[in-house]
Design a protein around this ligand. Structure first.
Ligand code: FES
Length: 246
């Protein structure tokens, strides 16, 4: 179930080139799983901007976003004390119960933020978490230390080899002998497809899509799965490996 909420910006800071972390205070009771998202209304834009939730607690939440268009640039200019009109508690989120003991968490670029709260929950449940973080170059790296501070084992890789393992997240999977019984992933679609082909277990993947309403009413985000059409905003953004048609 989603809810309309007004959040107040507590901080909004750049943490990597074009990447910002915003902390917000307000009612988070409808956010019940990592991997859910909020849909933000911005001045002079008809459509809201969906942004995944990086972390949440009783009194507030954190989002990390990339300034790629005029809407997110507008968000990047906002400061503490300003308010945001949001729809909150959107999407299904990750189901952590599917992982028994050893979780493999794989993120690429701005797909990484929702995996932070996911890893936090998995660790709180007593599970071992190995995180593979993929970036294009060392300059773009964010949240490596934050994942380590949670107690996750972090494997870093960059496409240009300027930090960590040289190559894609799937190269890290080939090089490192990571033990896992289930995986979770979020990132660009070609990465998700490669992850599916490189993993030996079942898993869940979080998808991005163009969206209209964000809560299941307009069908703008509909996609075909093995079990029929699904709406990325409501039936997703998290889908199971076995149901995806690439
Ligand atoms: Fe409207 Fe998904 S964005 S149904």
């Amino acid at each position: 179930m989603y809810k309309h909420a007004i959040y107040t910006i507590k901080s909004n800071e750049k943490i990597a080139p074009d990447v910002f972390r915003m902390t917000l205070t307000g009612d988070t009771q409808y956010i019940i799983r990592p991997g859910q998202f909020i849909n933000i209304k911005l001045d002079s834009f008809y459509l809201r901007r969906p942004i995944s939730v990086c972390d949440y607690g009783k009194d507030g939440l954190t989002v990390i976003y990339k300034t790629v268009g005029s809407g997110t640039h507008q968000l990047g200019k906002m400061s503490a004390g300003q308010t945001l009109d949001c729809l909150t508690g959107l999407g299904n989120g990750f189901d952590t119960s599917k992982c028994l003991k050893d979780a493999l968490v794989i993120g690429g670029g701005v797909g990484i933020p929702p995996l932070y709260k996911l890893s936090k929950e998995l660790i709180a449940q007593g599970k071992n978490v190995s995180v593979v973080l993929g970036f294009n170059t060392a300059q773009e790296i964010f949240y490596k230390k934050e994942f380590e501070d949670l107690g996750a084992r972090v494997y870093l890789c960059t496409v240009d080899g300027s930090a960590g393992i040289k190559g894609f997240v799937t190269d890290a999977l080939k090089e490192e002998n990571i033990d896992y019984d289930y995986f979770f992933s979020c990132g660009p679609e070609p990465m998700l497809k490669a992850v599916c082909n490189s993993t030996k277990t079942s898993g869940q993947l979080s998808f991005e899509s163009r969206m209209g309403c964000g809560f299941g009413a307009c069908l703008a985000c509909s996609c075909k799965t093995k079990y029929g059409n699904k709406r990325i905003c409501k039936d997703g953004p998290v889908l199971e490996k076995e149901e995806i048609i690439w």
